[in-house]
Design a protein around this ligand. Sequence first.
Ligand code: XLS
Ligand code: CA
Ligand code: CA
Length: 471
Amino acid sequence: MHERRLRVKNMRAYERRVVVICGKIYSQGALMSEIFKNIPVIKYEGAESKNAFAFKFYDADKVVMGKKMSEHLPFAMAWWHNLCADGTDTFGRGTTDKSFGAVPATMEHAKAKVDAGFEFMKKLGIRYYCFHDVDLVPEADDIKETNRRLDEISDYILKKSKGTGIKCLWGTANMFSNPRYKNGAGSTNSADVYAFAAAQIKKALDLTVKLGGRGYVFWGGREGYDTLLNTDVAFEQENIARLMKMAVEYGRSIGFKGDFYIEPKPKEPMKHQYDFDAATAIGFLRAHGLDKDFKMNIEANHATLAGHTFEHELRISAMNGMLGSIDANQGDYLLGWDTDEFPFDVYSATHCMYEVLKAGGLTGGFNFDAKTRRASNTVEDMFLAYILGMDTFALGLLKAAAIIEDGRVDAFIKERYSTFTDTEMGKKILAGKTSLKELAEYADKLGACKVPSSGRQEMLESVMNEVMFGK
Ligand code: XLS
Ligand code: CA
Ligand code: CA
């Protein structure tokens, strides 16, 4: 690589060094000037606006069902997709420049990402971010050096966040990219790798607490297996539970009061992942006595990969008291993998917000675990993508509130089960005060059983359309 160093006068107040690599200019040393110069602060202008750089539906202070939109929707920026991902895919290298004027894979670059991230969040009115340890700094060969870098960058983030109100939503350790995790982290066959995973979790928890995080995520991308011919599933699952227990113990000992989350996903990168879906993860947590400290972080795209709807996963979590946080994205029904697209499906967002409203809100928030398409490769696209996602969920919130206020769906569901709530025998069943013998005698007396009432699915879907699109 041809590298030429020179010094130039900073256009602003002080001198900074720049490095030219392959004809591109990168700065060295912290540059405090505006990074997204052509992007304004994004404001709410309403549905009539044709300004691409304005919210049409996300009106932070608007009160919906007694709470401001910004409180219903604690949005978070995903450090990895927004500040690190450059459009690289299996077939080609990056299309998007995320250097932010610094030499990639240096601490200057790490700081430039912080500068870019905070400017980005401030311009969009986003109050939270989520991170993996290695999104923040380049990982060194020696973990002690990585940890030193993490201390330096977290000091810088804290300084940067002063007076902004911007905080961490959740942190996590990346236990899937480094080759040492090829056989898993908690589920690895190597005790040394297990120790490295523990060390990363410990540090990521320290960072989460330092940065005011509400939650800590376990996404088990490599916790699973490809073939039973080389795998002891029971052994691996117990080791994962041991690691989680140690994480809870350590987290509580350093004052972490938030929730731990499991983020279920059925596959990718492993063929079979242990946290297949919410029901599987909840069963695992209960079996290992972890259910008091853990909740779910439900990702829309993971739900559909598991063959469920987003709202199904939310409902299963909520009814078990374990709906913690949401990774708000969407997949593509024609592609069978995790595409992490920015959400535009208002039906899905409405179903999601219906579940969230019914559950009384989230203890976590809405992290946009989403990336712009490879072809959408400009800084403008980064903003346009978040405007789309935030507007989609704002619309979802408005429509879900309208469905609840309309009342027809709730009334229908109540009526649908009324043979249990309004008849003698139904009440006895619910109270657990009957037996197979008594029920059999009751059935005998009935002789023939009536077919139950219509499910009226089409009528209810019409109600949804009417509430969503009617005046
Ligand atoms: C990957 C996951 C991951 C988690 C955090 O599919 O979505 O990004 O959210 O490790
Ligand atoms: Ca995903
Ligand atoms: Ca995710």
